[in-house]
Design a binder for this molecule. Structure first.
Ligand SMILES: NC(=O)c1ccc[n+]([C@@H]2O[C@H](COP(=O)([O-])OP(=O)(O)OC[C@H]3O[C@@H](n4cnc5c(N)ncnc54)[C@H](OP(=O)(O)O)[C@@H]3O)[C@@H](O)[C@H]2O)c1
Length: 348
């Protein structure tokens, strides 16, 4: 028994010695910074990104060099808009103002805004920007719309190509609406690179929100713009209707996130009856209980084309906006697709 006690006293001494040795070792280790992290210190390890010195603000990060893949434009039939590659929303149906005087534009645009239309297409060349601006100001004044709910498109005409900066300022002054939602080069011509650069610079200055081109019909002509564009075009406005559907350009443009905007949706003045009286259009108008104009406009929207029918007739303006209460079936869309003859009416 005594032996056992002596033995256990000896064992206890050895245990105390081992413990003292262990504590001494741990103290030494902590002095040299070798302790294992506590479980709650794991997060203190810097994340890999923290180890990289911040890039100078003017350097281009690898992410910025690789453009984000373009989003195919999607028409939202609830909001009646499409989001452009500029990030701004554009209404998918509007009112065209070609051939209007300032007085007519003032009257027709005001009426269109009352009917719910939120896209107005004009141009320096039409000489009715002042009328458009007056109508918009009146509609804002009477509480029909707020400025940011309305989308104004205008264009720089070839005779202004040598003075694009001034032309932009003149459009801004005549429209008197603070900023231009979309500015287009009206048609290709000498100097269009300089004109495009003037529009890009106006975007940076906050004068214009989105830019685009008009009357460029081929993939090659679009590629020429893309070669120098720092801000890609958001919209291409071209003659487009049931007889000329520009499908090759549309497919290519959409792959780049660019929307096609149809002008002459009814073929333009002098040609409208050829479209309205077309057998397919007339029979679909009867089938859906709509007018030929409404069937044609609905086809534009479902096919992914923004439409800007021109009209000075208040009833037509109302009718042309009333295209959201029905939907053409896939087979009826296909019938209209088959009418494409790649036939344009405009001579330019
Ligand atoms: N970028 C360019 O180079 C370019 C070129 C041309 C046009 N555009 C733009 O595109 C817009 C549309 O083109 P557009 O006006 O020349 O031609 P459009 O829209 O094809 O046709 C206008 C014609 O259709 C008639 N119309 C309109 N709605 C109608 C309806 N519901 N029923 C029967 N007839 C109807 C109009 O007559 P009422 O007035 O009697 O309604 C007018 O005679 C222009 O106003 C302009 O803003 C751009």
């Amino acid at each position: 028994m005594k032996k056992t006690c002596i033995e256990s006293t000896g064992k206890a001494k050895r245990r105390i010695l081992r413990a003292a040795l262990l504590i001494a070792l741990l103290l030494l280790a902590s002095l040299f910074g070798c302790t294992a992290p506590r479980s709650d210190e794991g997060s203190a390890t810097p994340a890999p990104t923290d180890l990289v010195s911040p890039a100078p603000t003017d350097s281009v990060s690898p992410a910025a060099e690789t453009p984000a893949p373009a989003q195919t434009p999607v028409f939202d039939f609830e909001t009646r808009t499409v989001t452009l590659n500029s990030g701004h929303e554009m209404p998918i149906i509007g009112l065209g103002t070609w051939t209007m005087t300032n007085e007519q534009a003032d009257e027709c645009v005001y009426h269109a805004l009352q009917c719910g239309v939120r896209l107005i297409d004009t141009a320096r060349y039409y000489q009715c920007e002042q009328g458009v601006g007056l109508a918009l100001a009146r509609a804002i004044e009477s509480g029909i719309v707020k400025r940011e709910e309305v989308f104004i498109t205008t264009k720089i005409m070839p005779s202004d190509f040598d003075r694009a900066d001034e032309a932009i300022d003149e459009s801004l002054a005549d429209l008197a609406c603070g900023y231009i939602d979309l500015m287009l080069i009206h048609q290709p011509g000498r100097n269009d690179e300089a004109v495009y650069r003037a529009m890009e610079s106006a975007v940076r200055d906050g004068k214009i929100r989105s830019i685009g081109i008009s009357n460029y019909y081929t993939v090659d002509s679009l590629n020429k713009i893309l070669e120098f564009a720092e801000i890609p075009p958001a919209v291409i406005q071209i003659e487009n209707h049931i007889f000329t559907q520009n499908r090759e350009l549309k497919e290519y443009a959409e792959s780049l996130g660019i929307v096609i905007n149809s002008y002459y949706p009814f073929g333009g003045r002098g040609n409208t009856q050829k479209l309205f009286e077309n057998e397919v259009i007339a029979s679909l108008a009867e089938k859906y209980g709509k007018t030929p104009a409404q069937v044609i406009l609905r086809w534009h929207l479902q096919a992914g084309y923004i439409a800007i029918p021109g009209s000075k007739n208040p009833d037509h303006i109302r009718e042309n906006y009333d295209v959201f209460g029905f939907e053409l079936s896939q087979s009826d869309m296909a019938q209209i697709l088959a009418l494409d003859e790649q036939k344009r009416f405009a001579g330019w």
